[in-house]
Design a protein around this ligand. Sequence first.
Ligand code: ASP
Length: 333
Amino acid sequence: MRRIQVVATGGTIASRSGAEGRRATVLAEELIASAGPLPADVEIGARDVITRGSYAFDTADLLALAREVRTALRDGADGVVMTHGTDTMEETAFLIDLAFDDPRPIVLTGAQRPFDDRAADGPANLGDALAVAADDAARGHGTLLVFDGFAFAARGVRKSDTMSAHAFTSPGRGPALRVADGRVVPLWRPSPSPRLPLDLDLPRLPRVDVVPAYPGADGLFVRASLAAGAAGVVVAAVGAGNAGPDLVDAVGEAVAAGRPVLISSRVHSGPVAPLYAGGGAELQRVGAVFADDLSPWQARLLLAAASTVPGRPPQELVRAWLAGRDPLPGAGS
Ligand code: ASP
């Protein structure tokens, strides 16, 4: 008999509609009772941590959720399923993936339609997430996000539709598993991302802001972010990793002041590279780090988490992590 711990955190899957709009109110026991079909020979534990929309989470909440996962694993669960709002699920999944290298499945899921909708998608998604968490095929995949019949590795997964039940994709990678009628079908095995020795007991992660590039974008937001105490900045660059001259200047100032800058793209799919004179090539020359195909939102968490590790420059840890190397060989969990 496998033991799966369900950790409920709110979101649309737990929401009912009311005069003021949708509100998360449904707790773990009721979610599990509605889920289906449930895998056989599985004992399911239920725990409510937060009951809120994930658009209202801050990094203190993300760390609290990662601590819940740590507790469940330490208590001997064979897998963990977290129900979560879809708006920032890709962020929580990524942070949890950074923090653990346990082979036991950690699976996030949610819904696009609320609990009291006639066509609610939450029950099937939760049933699928439980099936994945209970299946050997999901071991060693790192943290997974299960939605609409597919399981995606945390790294690279993105919410890609605001309303459709097929809400997530993993551009350039695709799903790792498929759930068909309760059966888990392996598609490909993502190579697990290295763990970052993140102290989950911190009250929150340091501030790291995402600054967009667009025609006419200047250095205002980078400088404002640093003035607000940011440990670093992620530029959501245009195209394959470019920005205009004023923004590039501000990035150079930030790096010179010891605040790392990561370059991601505002484009949905594909890696960034220092290709263009005055654009990406100049960003690299002034010391920015190119974040491969990480979305700005996941890159932001990588830099924030790396900034908490004592004794090593965060940009070095980020470079090691992006290259698939253990950022701090020998560090315990
Ligand atoms: N649209 C969201 C959801 O799916 C709201 C949230 O992120 O909580 O749950």
